[in-house]
Design a protein around this ligand. Structure first.
Ligand SMILES: [Zn+2]
Length: 72
């Protein structure tokens, strides 16, 4: 017994392009979020954190040492 299987047509898939004008606000947003995360990991010592105290500092403490930022 033989069975035939229909294979899908093989072609080059079309890659959608995103115009820079639509991409720029998202790039700006995620760039600012990345800077915020970088600030918390690298420079925050608890003085200007919204949750007062060292909670954020302690949460990212291992990451800070892993990346080589001076801490203590
Ligand atoms: Zn430390």
């Amino acid at each position: 017994m033989s069975q035939s299987v229909a294979l899908p047509a093989v072609g080059t898939p079309e890659i959608p392009s995103i115009p820079l004008r639509e991409l720029a606000p998202w790039a700006l947003l995620f760039g600012l979020l990345a800077l915020l995360v970088l600030f918390f990991v690298s420079a925050d010592q608890g003085a200007i954190s919204i949750p007062a105290g060292n909670a954020v500092h302690e949460f990212v403490h291992d990451g800070r040492h892993l990346l080589g930022y001076p801490c203590h």
